[in-house]
Design a protein around this ligand. Structure first.
Ligand code: SF4
Length: 352
């Protein structure tokens, strides 16, 4: 039996049923693919339903505000995916007359869509013969053929793509790709069950005792440590409690999300050093010259390339600070639930 026949047989028996499978709506397939980048299927499924319900069409997504999109995305991380999704929806409405691009090149022009996502949309929505190569496919294919090229690079993608282009089912590239992804995810797992594998006889890694050594992964950079001190400044106003927030801008993490006023330092601060730096910060920023701080326990927040070490300093005032620079906005504490904030801020709020 050829690779294709074996894969098809396996897929008929074990293929997954997923809400974005077996459909040809490019908008929904695109949504699912962007959500599933860096996200487990179980978590992604909920977000997929949320997005489809809030924005049933590309036109609905394009018409939403960025705050609405980020708020719905909250908790998924990698917020640039949400911003790109929103920008691409607006591009489709403006530049493509609201029609989702139907060619691989056209799909690749969408912001946030790389080779993998373009191949997934092209094959699942339009049955174009582009192999999809995600982490699961890399694992299975590298073991099957004994490929030692470090994965996750452009060069590796091209090498695996060339190989799979020779195998892809041109009449049903969607099924071929789904089978390949499921096989890598369910059978050729990091700790695979090779005894029940239909490819055991021809699997290079199994035959040469290298199952644990493949795929070869490119060395990862160590995450950078950053120290964040947030100021949760509160005062009573109109029978409610108010605080100050700012929106993150610039080319950094969490762009577009809201946060408490932030002092970022080069190193960890504690005790007197933290108290002095905190007082200096609120004096400079808000003209507050005397205050006591209630300092939270440390929060450690892991992102792919950064480790954030955060503390929240609660400052209770009798009234609004005398000086509020324009980059801050006054918000009712209750309103924070309705605006997009990072998972870190959310964790802090949940802890109160
Ligand atoms: S024999 Fe094992 S390592 Fe090889 S493809 Fe099958 S499950 Fe993967």
């Amino acid at each position: 039996m050829s690779l294709l026949q074996k894969l098809n047989t396996w897929y008929e028996d074990y293929g997954r049923t997923l809400p974005w499978r077996g459909i040809d709506d490019p908008y929904r397939i695109w949504l699912s693919e962007i959500i599933l980048q860096q996200t487990r299927i179980e978590q992604g499924r909920d977000y997929y339903y949320r997005f489809v319900e809030a924005f049933p069409s590309v036109a609905d997504l394009a018409a939403a505000s960025e705050d609405q999109v980020l708020r719905l995305w909250q908790g998924l991380g990698y917020y640039s995916r949400a911003r790109n999704l929103h920008a691409a929806a607006q591009y489709i409405m403006k530049e493509c007359s609201g029609r989702f691009p139907e060619t691989h090149e056209g799909i690749l022009r969408l912001k946030g869509v790389g080779r993998y996502t373009a191949a997934a949309i092209a094959s699942f929505a339009f049955r174009l013969p582009y192999p999809v190569i995600d982490g699961n496919v890399y694992r299975f294919v590298s073991r099957l053929y004994g490929i030692t090229t470090p994965i996750g690079t452009d060069a590796a993608y091209s090498e695996f793509e060339q190989l799979l282009l020779r195998q892809i089912d041109r009449s049903r590239p969607d099924r071929f790709n789904a089978a390949l992804m499921d096989f890598g995810s369910l059978q050729c797992k990091p700790q695979p069950d090779c005894k029940t594998c239909p490819f055991a006889d021809e699997c290079d890694a199994l035959q040469t005792g290298r199952v644990d050594l493949l795929p070869v992964k490119a060395a990862k950079a160590k995450p950078i440590d950053r120290w964040f001190y947030y100021f949760d400044i509160r005062w009573p106003q109109d029978r409610t409690s108010c605080t100050l927030l700012e929106q993150r801008t610039g080319k950094d993490i969490w762009r577009g999300l809201y946060q408490f006023p932030l002092l970022e330092t080069e190193n960890v601060l504690d005790g007197d050093a933290l108290a002095a730096a905190a007082l200096h910060f609120i004096t400079e920023e808000f003209g507050i010259t005397a205050a006591s701080f209630q300092v939270s326990d440390p929060f450690k927040h892991q992102l792919t390339h950064r480790t954030i070490h955060a503390r929240f300093l609660r400052v209770e005032l009798r009234s609004k600070p005398s000086k509020v620079p324009p980059k801050y906005r006054v918000a009712e504490v209750e309103m924070i639930k309705k605006i997009p904030v990072s998972r870190l801020i959310d964790r802090y709020l949940q802890s109160l």
